[in-house]
Design a protein around this ligand. Structure first.
Ligand code: NG6
Ligand code: CA
Length: 510
């Protein structure tokens, strides 16, 4: 007798399978445990070509590769944007970031940009009984007005669905250079309060601009010339809070330890851990034991360091016997950048390493290098190792994980692609909009359309082609992965079709 779709979970229960569901349409496939732990490892600026599993030959990433070779390695995995804040916004809300104007690279003093009344990925999981935690980079704003860093800072991750948070507010190159645990600045002492200002400096405080002699760890190249901490000039001004300041070289260990503690402390019920690492974003500050390990300077060294962290996290899951019941997702918030504003030898020691792999552009770019990122799904014993060409976005994790855990919640733009994520289907998205600093482009099938945009073709400071052109651009990725041949003139009908399809999503008629 054929089972009806809706009836599928009932017989599973009758068979005593407990929290096991069969995936509709996949008879004969293994059953999927319904409430696995979910660990999302999220890199900052790791490019498609920065992992050996994605073709890097100059750098070894054995632990990331373990996830790639033992799970599904997506070749068409996208972040939702070519920069951090919008990608993280889409990840947590399941909504295209260009719908929210404030979802652009935020300063460290920006208010929270997601309404606390809103459904989010961690809230959806909480509703299903999960304990939820974030460790690492936040970058979605904190508080609702001017933040007093000497009080509990809220709303923030804890008000958006994370039961536990240990975060840096924005980025490693932005003040305040402190961690916050559940909204409290860690290690702050009452007699040395912390003040932050992005408009003007505090009287008598040195800056990278006026005091280059104090930039002893790293010198600024572009921007990054405000307050100095740990010999590194930053974006934004801060004063006080000395006892709370992080040590950049220890950051990887600090986050790793909190992530490991979180796993050990919450293994009794299903948990969601969002482990948002800081590498290889600037300033690249490997712990001394990783200095020189890549032969490519600090950018390579912090990738080696990050890879080690991934290995240690996997060890913890193994030690706690959690591997078979933990779905691990690995990706990066945007594509690669080499020089992102400090003199750190990244250009000089790059050699022939290609951080964006075969793709044109990188971070900040509308070309594929901006948003096409490493994307891995690993689940020991449940997900079969494979390479998948399905088109998937990080924004789709919201609805897909909801489906997995039996939640009816869906993100507004988030497609439910659970079968693709678990390697049971090659069918991903048929279309998507990618975003780069407020500009957008459109992919449908193998075709990519980039509308005409004002602005420089190349951001010379970071040496990245942005995708701006006075002419429309049309590429066919099927035989032009590197977006070298603009077909806009030779394929006018396709151009017209793509323009209309793009406009339908981007500027729908009311
Ligand atoms: C840019 C910074 C860059 C980086 C980026 C955000 C300058 C010149 N450049 O404005 O270094 O911090 O913002 O990166 O200040 S992201 O990955 O968090 O989006
Ligand atoms: Ca980033």
């Amino acid at each position: 007798m054929k089972m009806k779709r809706q009836a599928i979970s009932t017989p599973a229960k009758l068979l005593g399978l407990g929290s096991v569901a069969l995936l509709a349409g996949c008879q004969g496939e293994k059953q999927v445990p319904q409430q696995p732990n979910v660990v999302l490892i999220y890199m900052d600026d790791l490019g498609y070509g920065d992992m050996s599993a994605y073709g890097a030959t100059k750098i070894e990433t054995p632990n990331m590769d373990r996830l790639a070779h033992g799970g599904i390695r997506f070749t068409n995995g996208y972040s939702s944007s070519a920069t951090s804040t919008p990608s993280r916004y889409a990840l947590l809300t399941g909504e295209y970031p260009w719908r929210e104007k404030s979802a652009q690279i935020l300063p460290g003093e920006a208010p929270l940009i997601i309404d606390t009344a809103r459904m989010t990925l961690p809230k959806m999981l909480q509703e299903k009984g999960y304990h939820t935690g974030i460790v690492g980079k936040w970058h979605l704003g904190l508080g609702s007005g001017t933040v007093d860093w000497n009080q509990r800072v809220a709303p923030g991750p804890n008000e958006l669905g994370f039961d536990y948070s240990f975060i840096m507010a924005a980025t490693q190159d932005r003040v305040p250079t402190v961690y916050l645990e559940n909204g409290q600045v860690v290690g702050l002492e009452a007699d040395d309060p912390l003040f932050v200002n992005y408009q003007e400096n505090f009287e008598g405080e040195p800056t990278g601009l006026d005091n280059p002699e104090l930039c002893t760890t790293m010198m600024w190249f572009n921007g990054h010339n405000n307050s100095i901490h740990n010999g590194i000039p930053r974006i934004g001004f801060q004063k006080g809070g000395k006892s709370a300041m992080w040590v950049d070289e220890d950051m990887a260990d600090d986050f790793l330890q909190k992530a490991q503690d979180y796993i050990r402390n919450h293994k009794e019920k299903p948990f969601f851990l969002y482990y948002a690492m800081q590498q290889p974003h600037v300033p690249r500050t490997p712990h001394p034991r990783f200095v020189g390990t890549s032969g490519m300077g600090p950018r390579g060294d912090v990738i080696v360091e990050a890879d080690w962290c991934v290995g240690e996290l996997l060890k913890t899951l193994e030690e706690e016997n959690l591997m078979a019941n933990t779905l691990i997702i690995f990706s990066s918030d945007n594509g690669a950048v080499v020089n992102d504003g400090y003199y750190d030898d990244a250009e000089e020691k790059l050699g022939d390493h290609q951080p964006s792999g075969p793709f044109r552009g990188g971070k900040y770019s509308l070309f594929e290098g901006g948003t096409r990122v490493p994307f891995l799904v690993y689940w020991k014993g449940t997900v079969e190792p494979a390479v998948s060409d399905a088109v998937v976005m990080q924004m789709d994790l919201f609805s897909s994980l909801a489906k997995l855990v039996g939640s009816d919640q869906r993100g507004p733009d988030s497609e439910e692609l659970l079968d693709a994520f678990l390697g049971r289907s090659e069918k991903g998205r048929s279309e998507l909009i990618m975003e780069a600093t407020t500009k957008t482009a459109y992919r449908q099938g193998d075709w990519v359309f980039i509308p005409p945009y004002k602005g420089p073709a190349v951001n010379k400071m970071v040496n990245i082609e942005l995708g701006n052109s006075s002419e429309p651009q049309l590429y066919n990725l099927a035989d032009d992965l590197g977006q070298q041949v603009n077909l806009a003139e030779s394929e006018p009908e396709k151009l017209q079709e793509m323009t209309e399809a793009y406009e339908r999503i981007r500027n729908p008629k009311q």
